[in-house]
Design a protein around this ligand. Structure first.
Ligand SMILES: Cc1cc2nc3c(=O)[nH]c(=O)nc-3n(C[C@H](O)[C@H](O)[C@H](O)COP(=O)(O)OP(=O)(O)OC[C@H]3O[C@@H](n4cnc5c(N)ncnc54)[C@H](O)[C@@H]3O)c2cc1C
Length: 453
């Protein structure tokens, strides 16, 4: 009798912890007897493993690690003022500019309302001294390009053409009067610039010979020819046109003003990448440019190349931003998306993709960070910039494609951002020197032998 009471007491002690309704629910779904039988044969290690597995779903409140594409904390290598600026750019991009992007990207139109948003950041003409420019370091300038591209590559391209290619040509090669006229207004972004080098029939081979002709006639130059792909050209106040002087056969630069007689710009329609950027085909027909609007210190293609050397580093940073935006969006998505009852981020194969993306992204960031340091020290060469452009634009293609992959079907929807990065990576891959051309530049530098033709 005593042992019966003792059994009832034991049963009571066990059952008082059990929710009978849940127990009933469970019994209706599984053979509880079989479960008990199996569990009772488990050793301590197996039981601990089972409890760990069961515990997974119940730690819903455990904070997840931050979504951070800067794994080696390069942003913390900036000065406190620079870091503040970097984060300010991020805030404006995420809160003010990002909400506008997909709509404009779909329409392939330019959101002019972003110009004052960018202007107020005082980042235009970043590293230039004087003329109202902020005189930033090359490293923070690179970080800024990355932050812009991390949200949208088109906006970064628009900004890069303005601040780098167009202002850079005037800053490096303009006369004092040309600098005084254009740089302060362009820094404030009240005047917008474009850079016209590529032609319909001359792309990679611009160094070998342009077909746009410039003929001097007293104090005036007469320009004839076409340019293709010229970003911002449909609305720019000034377009830097690179043309061959028929007199001495050298490449010279001209400030062609908006509305000049003989200047016609046709927007390139139906692009599948950088749809916000307004690229144009420019036709110049007996377009007259006064001598005072010829870039005073641009005397040969070598001078044009000095602008590209400076801006190519920025394009490498832009690739990093595009890749980082895609990686961070994909990581966020995989933590939220559940399949087989678990976030897909918990699957080994998905983690493999994510870690590969982060590895490449981290290598790219450390590379461009060092590149900017070389630029800051005045030691950057064409091959330094070309190597980074090749590596970063190649790896970016890989990262955005993996980002799309881990998002399944949703990866091709604009609303999840990554689809835009996938398309835009294709443009970064080709402009400011294709992979082949930049490879040949590095190849020439390390072998001493030019393999261009
Ligand atoms: C979205 C976008 C924006 C742009 N914005 C501007 C701008 O604002 N201003 C401007 O001036 N230009 C701009 N460009 C032009 C850009 O710089 C050119 O597209 C680029 O230089 C390549 O020229 P291409 O497209 O004519 O290709 P091509 O020169 O015809 O090259 C085609 C292929 O042949 C390969 N190739 C060429 N030569 C060699 C060789 N010797 N050995 C091996 N392979 C070779 C190339 O690598 C490439 O794969 C823009 C382009 C794009 C797509």
């Amino acid at each position: 009798m005593a042992s019966v009471f003792s059994k009832i007491k034991q049963a009571y002690q066990l059952f008082k912890h059990i929710d009978i309704e849940k127990f009933e629910h469970l019994a209706s779904k599984v053979d509880l007897g079989a479960v008990m039988e199996n569990v009772s044969h488990m050793d301590d290690v197996q039981l601990a493993g089972l409890m760990k597995m069961l515990g997974k779903g119940s730690h819903k409140d455990k904070p997840l690690p931050p979504i951070e594409g800067d794994f080696y904390h390069l942003g913390h290598a900036l000065t406190p003022e620079e870091r503040t600026l970097q984060l300010k750019v991020r805030e404006v991009m995420e809160t003010e500019i990002k909400p506008l992007i997909n709509e404009y990207w779909l329409k392939a139109e330019f959101p002019f309302e972003i110009i004052p948003m960018l202007a107020k950041l005082n980042i235009c003409g970043g590293t230039y001294q004087g003329y109202g420019c902020p005189g930033l370091s090359h490293t923070v300038e690179g970080m800024i390009a990355m932050e812009i591209a991390r949200v949208d590559t088109s906006v970064c391209t628009f900004f890069g053409v303005q601040s780098g290619l167009a202002m850079g040509s005037i800053y490096l090669l303009g006369s004092e009067a040309q600098k005084q006229e254009w740089l302060p207004a362009m820094q404030q972004m009240t005047k917008i610039g474009a850079f016209g080098l590529t032609e319909p029939e001359v792309g990679s081979a611009v160094a070998a010979g342009l077909t746009m002709q410039a003929k001097r006639n007293g104090d005036t130059w007469v320009l004839n020819g076409q340019k293709k792909w010229i970003g911002n050209s449909t609305f720019a106040d000034v377009i830097i046109i690179w043309a061959k002087d028929v007199g001495d056969g050298q490449v010279k630069g001209f400030l062609v003003r908006k509305g000049s007689p003989g200047l016609a710009v046709k927007k390139i329609e139906d692009k599948m990448a950088l749809r916000i950027v307004q690229n144009g085909i420019i036709t110049l027909t007996n377009c007259e440019v006064v001598e005072s609007d010829r870039l005073a210190n641009a005397n040969s293609y070598k001078d044009t190349a000095s602008v590209l050397r400076m801006t190519r580093a920025g394009v490498a940073w832009q690739a990093v931003g595009c890749a980082r935006g895609a990686y961070e969006s994909a990581l966020k998505y995989t933590r939220e998306r559940k399949q087989f009852g678990r976030p897909i981020a918990s699957f080994q194969l998905i983690q493999n993709h994510l870690v590969e993306m982060l590895t490449n992204l981290t290598a790219m960031q450390t590379m461009v960070f060092r590149l900017s340091q070389l630029q800051q020290e005045g030691k950057i060469t064409d091959e330094h910039a070309s190597l980074a452009k090749v590596f970063c634009s190649l790896r970016t293609r890989d990262i955005v494609s993996k980002a799309r992959e881990v998002m399944g079907g949703n990866g091709i929807l604009l609303e999840h951002d990554v689809a835009r990065f996938v398309a835009d990576a294709e443009a970064i891959y080709s402009y400011e020197g294709t992979k082949e051309i930049n490879t040949l530049i590095v190849g020439r530098a390390i072998t001493g032998s030019s393999a261009f033709v």
